[in-house]
Design a protein around this ligand. Structure first.
Ligand SMILES: *[C@@H]1O[C@H](CO)[C@@H](O)[C@H](O)[C@H]1NC(C)=O
Ligand SMILES: *[C@@H]1O[C@H](CO)[C@@H](O)[C@H](O)[C@H]1NC(C)=O
Ligand SMILES: *[C@@H]1O[C@H](CO)[C@@H](O)[C@H](O)[C@H]1NC(C)=O
Length: 610
């Protein structure tokens, strides 16, 4: 290491001829050589891995609003000390052959780069034509070598996407210097009349600690870092020039090292834990919420509470919204945001379709909370027995990522799509001819009543178009069916549905046919088959909603235009960074959070504070 190396030769140049001292140095150095061999081993064993992941866990709470920063995900304060000390791997005194670049072979086991943007945000929507393959991301592997699941919510895929070589040679140099300086500091401080050097060392140590606590890669480093490093080096050289008891320095080094190792192991465990927590925190507390509400529902015999609004549920003159959700908070936010912006709320009826597990909790929640004059009905999909062959298992609207690869380009697109439950809507809501289907990761920011008078030109499905992906690009996926290659794909999230026309065309039957056809052919997953079938079913039946109706990508794209967000009638957090997760993109969370009742008793009981 350069820093150490310079220091080493500097020390001998200063020249303390006394041989005994020299011997002591050699012993000390040998000890350090031993240490420096141990440390790479530690990282080989995977400690390094644990180290960086801490960042994710804590990111969102330090929520720095707005400012778009590539390193939006950064380590939280608590881990600073560890960062300072965890990777001081190289020869501290610098008498070793200094192979600066020889770092622990970490590139392979590198965790996702902490400050990296998801790669797709760098993309320039380049149109790739020709030999495009729609492959579901099967390339990414998890730790055990199994391919990542290509559905959302996969940390594995995320990790894979953010894999990037970290440039950190300067960081490592600084850490080395810090390591050495700390080892010398106590001995120097004990020397009489060295107040100035002690002060200098201390200052330098503090400065580097501060810098390293804020930086994990060279890119984060402040500009004048070279100078800081030189100052530190000079201080170290001076420190080394004093006749110190090498045993003390050595002892101190060992101390630091032991601490580092303990700390590393602690933090590794903790970070793995914290990551889990980050992914699951909200789901866990949501589970708590669901449980608490369910218990409460039966404790208070809430059946009495139920208002008789049933006549409204099926009144075709009202505005009916449909939400599939297992997430109480999310559906509450969708409804609250819709109602909050509605010019008139009394004519709004929300149908929340959920599964048996969340049914009673949802029921109680929507009994306890009112949303202006709107009506909310909670339905248990498990009890909906409609189609003979079909046992409706609850599947949320699904999200897909589609990777396109050519030799020179790769890009990933995100789609959200109806699940097979949507194809039950015409049967469940027999009385209704028109509905608006909202996903639970949507926030409404405008009055939606204009959707109800929208002329869709005889089409069944008014949806946001996504022209980043055209049907022609999915050829290998869609198969032999005839369709217009130039047609854009569409997204679920905000859909205006003409149920009458749907029944007339019997789209549900067409969908079922397409699903089973695919299943009998290749061994594609059922989810993929549903995506394909949905695209084909609605081919030619999609009315493209104006762009101002919805902005999507808030669950994966860090670069959504701020003005678009402000103007949009609805925001769609499609992607895995949902606003109710710790991992949610901080600058988008506020738009979601403001529709929660933070004072709610059950939220505080379950420690929910998104
Ligand atoms: C994308 O690429 C095109 C052509 O290469 C260029 O004109 C455009 O500015 C690029 N857009 C972005 C956002 O980089
Ligand atoms: C679905 O229904 C079929 C027949 O109606 C039944 O045999 C099967 O066990 C059901 N599957 C599940 C998972 O309930
Ligand atoms: C709905 O949102 C408002 C803020 O717009 C909030 O004050 C209120 O508590 C929310 N209601 C519920 C039931 O979450």
């Amino acid at each position: 290491m350069k820093g150490g190396g310079g220091g080493g030769s500097g020390a001998s140049a200063y020249g303390f001829p006394a041989k005994r001292r020299w011997k002591g140095l050699v012993i000390g150095v040998l000890g350090l050589v031993f240490l420096s061999m141990l440390v790479p081993l530690v990282f080989l064993l995977g400690l390094y891995n644990g180290f960086h992941t801490t960042g994710y866990a804590s990111d969102s709470q330090s929520s720095k609003p707005d400012v778009f920063q590539p390193n939006a995900i950064e380590p939280k304060k608590e881990v600073e000390g560890f960062i300072d000390e965890s990777r001081e791997t190289k020869e501290p005194t610098g008498l070793q052959p200094s192979k600066v670049e020889e770092k622990p072979p970490k590139v392979e086991e590198k965790p996702p780069k902490v400050d990296a943007l998801p790669t797709h945000t760098h993309e320039n929507g380049t149109k790739v034509d020709g030999k495009v393959q729609a492959t579901h991301r099967m390339i990414a592997m998890d730790e055990s070598g199994k391919p990542c699941e290509w559905k959302f919510g996969s940390y594995c895929i995320w990790r894979e996407e953010n894999r990037e070589v970290i440039k950190d040679s300067m960081i490592n140099k600084l850490k080395d210097q810090l390591f050495v300086a700390r080892a010398y500091y106590p001995s120097i401080a004990k020397l009489p009349k060295q107040g100035k050097l002690t002060q200098e060392l201390k200052q330098n140590i503090q400065e580097l600690e501060r810098v390293l606590s804020e930086s994990t890669t060279d890119l984060d480093l402040p500009l004048q870092i070279e100078k800081k490093s030189l100052n530190m080096e000079a201080a170290i050289v001076k420190a080394k020039s004093f006749p110190l008891d090498c045993n003390n320095v050595d002892k101190k080094l060992r101390q630091i090292y032991d601490m580092t190792e303990d700390e590393a192991s602690f933090h590794m465990k903790q970070s793995a834990f914290l990551f889990q927590l980050a992914v699951q925190t909200m789901p866990k507390s949501l589970h708590c919420l669901s449980m608490q509400l369910t218990v409460e529902y039966f404790r208070t015999d809430s059946t009495n509470l139920e208002l008789s609004q049933a006549e409204k549920y099926a009144d075709p003159t009202l505005y009916h919204y449909i939400i599939f959700s297992k997430n109480i908070l999310a559906s509450s936010v969708v409804i609250n945001s819709t109602v909050s912006h509605a010019k008139e709320s009394g004519n709004q009826v929300f149908h929340v379709l959920t599964d048996g597990q969340n049914y009673f909790a949802m029921k109680l929640w929507f009994l306890r909370n009112s949303y202006k004059d709107a009506t909310v009905e909670v339905l248990n999909v498990d009890h909906v027995k409609l189609h003979d062959e079909e046992n409706a298992t609850f599947v949320l609207p699904q999200e897909f990522r589609i990777s396109f690869r050519t030799l020179t380009h790769s890009r990933t697109e995100y789609m959200s799509m109806f699940s097979h439950l949507h194809y039950l809507l015409p049967e469940i809501f027999k009385n209704l001819d028109k509905v608006v289907v909202l996903e639970d990761d949507v926030v409404v920011q405008r009055d939606l009543s204009a959707l109800w008078s929208l002329d869709m030109g005889g089409k069944v499905n008014g949806a946001a178009q996504s022209c980043h992906v055209r049907l022609g690009e999915l050829k290998s996926f869609l198969g032999e069916h005839s369709y217009n290659q130039d047609d854009c794909t569409w997204m679920s999230g905000l859909n205006v549905i003409d149920l009458a026309k749907w029944r007339e065309l019997d789209l549900s039957q067409i969908f079922r046919g397409l699903v089973s056809e695919k299943l009998s052919k290749q061994d594609k997953s059922t989810d993929a088959a549903a995506l394909r079938a949905s695209l084909l079913t609605f081919h030619g039946q999609v009315y493209a909603l104006d762009n101002s109706w919805s902005v999507y990508g808030l669950g994966h794209d860090y670069k959504v235009n701020v003005q678009d967000i402000e103007k949009a009638a609805t925001l769609h957090y499609n992607g895995y960074l949902k606003p109710w997760l710790e991992l949610g993109i901080p600058k988008y969370k506020a738009h979601w959070k403001k529709f929660l009742d933070r004072e709610d008793l059950f939220l505080s009981k379950c420690n929910i504070n998104p």
